[in-house]
Design a protein around this ligand. Structure first.
Ligand code: GRF
Length: 199
């Protein structure tokens, strides 16, 4: 399965995915795309010899589709991609776009719920459990079918930053698990609950 990974910033989920896929005969990251030419994640890809590019216009579906077709991409993975995917791309790649979100959807998702805002809202809510969700991407932010979740405790005294760090570790195991399962099945599949993640 040929993967494109879309990123906006640091790229730690991209690196976790690349590490998990190294040596896999079933899935390969063939392209990394960003809305931001300065995203450190693009450097993480280039260091490993993976083609990496910033969109000229991230709102232009035809630019996305041309790149995805040129690289014969089967599955698109949003790993810290902060912009809306154009509707034309969602139509062209229906059920073949995944996103990772740093909370237990359907709670704490939707417009404006990204980065530390998510964890601030979780801490403020008094929830005792948070986590990460991988879901299919449709036309609405954070609303597509959920494929897998990993739970993480919210501890007394947690700040958004300490919770974010704990959730991120779970993200780094959850996203590769879902991608590897998709590669095995030939298309995205839900993972069993509760999920046993490798340490
Ligand atoms: C992750 O928490 C991801 O869930 C969210 O943005 C963050 C990206 O981190 N959508 P990184 O760029 O993968 O390090």
């Amino acid at each position: 399965m040929r993967l494109a990974v879309c990123v906006s910033g640091r790229g730690s989920n991209l690196v976790a995915l690349l590490d998990a896929l190294s040596g896999s005969a079933k899935a390969e990251v063939v392209l990394v795309l960003s809305n931001c030419a300065e995203a450190p994640a693009l450097d993480r890809a280039r260091e490993r010899g993976i083609p990496a590019a910033a969109f000229t216009n991230h709102r232009d579906a035809s630019e996305w589709i041309a790149l995805l077709r040129e690289h014969r991409v089967d599955l698109v993975v949003l790993a810290g991609y902060l912009k809306l995917v154009p509707a034309g791309v969602i139509q062209a790649f229906r059920n073949r776009i995944l996103n990772i979100h740093p909370a237990l959807l359907p709670e704490f998702g939707g417009p404006g719920m990204y980065g530390l805002h998510v964890h601030e809202a979780v801490v403020a809510s008094g929830a005792t459990v948070s986590g990460a969700t991988v879901h299919l991407v449709d036309e609405e932010y954070d609303r597509g079918a959920i494929l897998a979740q990993a739970r993480v405790p919210v501890r007394q005294g947690d700040s958004a930053a300490t919770l974010a760090a704990r959730v991120l570790k779970a993200e780094h195991r959850l996203l590769p698990a879902v991608v590897l399962a998709a590669a095995e099945a030939g298309h995205p599949v839900p993972l069993p609950e509760p999920l046993e993640l490798p340490a």
